[in-house]
Design a protein around this ligand. Structure first.
Ligand code: SF4
Ligand code: SF4
Length: 484
């Protein structure tokens, strides 16, 4: 296989040990689970249970509603305590509607083992089971996986890429998943290849995970059309665009989709969730989470029920050695700052990283010295210094013209900037601005459409009324003439 070079990238301290070598542990059942109705990119799910209702493990408790939404299921059996606002696992710290489930400790399941052969199912049947299981991209994107499978099955997917690169520092949950569940991941990949009618799959793993590479190679050895591809150790090699370029030599065009190139990328944890849904009927109710960072006493990976509080997880990791300078969901390059530890684990929480001051980048921002380092590391080939300069003077459109929407928010530019300019923060803010403008435009178009159809309807009613009046008048004139 000929592999291509990719542009940019940085080499941060990876801090993957010791968690990559420790077996995954299970958490004791929490006293309460908090399940936000918004755990995916699209519209908020709608509760289908009432307060006081008893639910079984795996039972749907909120239903997908509208664009890119996803179902939510009970992670264990118990009683619905509240459906109320609770702090979202988001930097804003704003409340979001959340189902609170009090476990009864019995873990009574809703599902029976399905009697089916996934390879006898059609693409539509497989994507419907994936959708029913509430599976979303677990590598961070939280994009509904069934929608991605549907998009792929429309085009000609020649390569399915399973992303096990896990290039973010500290995170090792995908590494442990590959070491402990390689057969399930390969089975999930084969099921998705069948659904997509894709002739081959590539499992991409960064070279700093030799054990995972060996285990996955052994699990895939029976299938000629599945190969493990060791990737260069370079952040952000785990981004879909970098990975596609490295493996296929093709670059996803600006604003384009990988499916247009015949390639689809799914994370390893998502692939394992597909295997579980198809083989055991189990929806997405738990995941592996890395707990790490200098403030954590005993960093490790846990198998965690969705809805578990971050504070419960930290406690099970031996607690804090010192108060963290920053608490992150995800890794330090692309992760989100958590307002506090009283927030739940959701479908795309790959890690809880509690960093101490010495692990953080300095925040003494100085003027740009035009060294160009941000340009040379940008994997998207952008001009971060120029985009930031435009955003600083409120010229978001100007930044968009030179590629803002192609920025993958990897943070490489901020990482190398000798002036400690928080470039990626500018880009995140400006992309938020662009997307709220687009949403405003969508709403304006919707209202304009409604107004136009109302005017049309009124004009039509007026015309029909006039026609009816004219007919009535004609009928009355006719009957007068008959009498005369
Ligand atoms: S955050 Fe955006 S601009 Fe900065 S290096 Fe990454 S892709 Fe390039
Ligand atoms: S890396 Fe920082 S100092 Fe250097 S050109 Fe970019 S923004 Fe300016």
């Amino acid at each position: 296989m000929k592999l291509a070079r990719t542009r940019g990238g940085v080499h941060p301290e990876y801090h993957k040990k010791p968690t990559s070598a420790l077996p995954v542990e299970s958490l004791p059942l929490p006293q309460m689970l908090y399940l936000p109705l918004q755990q995916h990119v699209g519209t908020t799910a709608v509760p289908v249970v009432k307060v006081g209702e008893y639910v079984r493990k795996g039972q749907m408790i909120a239903s997908a509603e509208g664009h890119l939404s996803a179902h939510i299921h009970a992670p264990t059996s118990g009683k619905i305590k509240f459906i109320a606002d609770f702090t979202a696992p988001h930097p804003s710290g704003l409340p979001t509607l959340t189902i609170q489930l009090e476990p009864d400790g019995l873990d009574i399941a809703d599902d029976e083992l399905p009697d089916r052969d996934p390879f006898a199912l059609s693409s539509r049947e497989i994507s419907s089971i994936v959708s029913e299981a509430g599976i979303v991209g677990m590598g961070g994107a939280a994009f509904p996986s069934a929608v991605k499978l549907d998009q792929g099955s429309k085009g000609q997917i020649h390569t399915l890429i399973i992303n096990g690169s896990e290039c973010e520092p500290y995170l090792t949950c995908d590494d442990r998943l590959m070491q402990e569940h390689a057969d399930g991941i390969v089975d999930g990949a084969r099921i998705m290849m069948h659904a997509l009618n894709a002739p081959c799959a590539r499992i991409a793993i960064e070279g700093n995970k030799p054990e995972a590479i060996a285990t996955m190679k052994a699990a895939a050895s029976s299938w000629d059309n599945i190969a493990v591809v060791p990737m260069p150790v370079c952040y952000p090699m785990g981004s879909a665009k970098q990975m596609i370029q490295f493996i296929t030599g093709k670059e996803v065009p600006a604003g384009g989709r990988s499916a247009e190139l015949g390639v689809l990328v799914h994370n390893v944890a998502t692939t394992f969730a597909v295997h579980q849904a198809l083989r055991t009927g189990r929806p997405l109710i738990s995941r592996l989470v890395t707990v790490g960072g200098g403030a954590i006493r005993s960093p490790r990976n846990f198998h965690v029920l969705l809805g578990t509080l971050v504070s419960d997880l930290i406690e099970s990791s031996g607690g804090l050695k010192e108060s963290p300078a920053r608490l992150l969901s995800g890794g330090p390059m692309m992760g989100q700052i958590m307002p506090h530890a009283h927030v739940p684990i959701v479908k795309n929480t790959s890690g809880i990283i509690a960093l101490i001051g010495s692990e953080l980048q300095k925040d003494d921002t100085r003027p740009c010295i035009r060294c160009g380092r941000c340009v040379s590391v940008c994997p998207a080939g952008l001009l971060p210094l120029q985009m930031a300069a435009r955003i600083r003077v409120d010229d978001v459109d100007g930044a968009a013209k030179i590629g803002l929407t192609d920025c993958i928010s990897c943070g490489s530019c901020s990482y190398v900037c000798p002036s400690n300019i928080p470039l990626v923060h500018y880009f995140t803010f400006a992309k938020g601005e662009l997307s709220s403008r687009r949403e405003q435009q969508r709403q304006n178009d919707h209202i304009r459409g409604l107004t136009e159809s109302r005017s049309k309807r009124l004009a039509e009613q007026k015309r029909a009324k006039a026609e009816e009046l004219a007919k009535k008048k004609a009928r009355s004139n006719n009957s007068k003439e008959t009498v005369n």
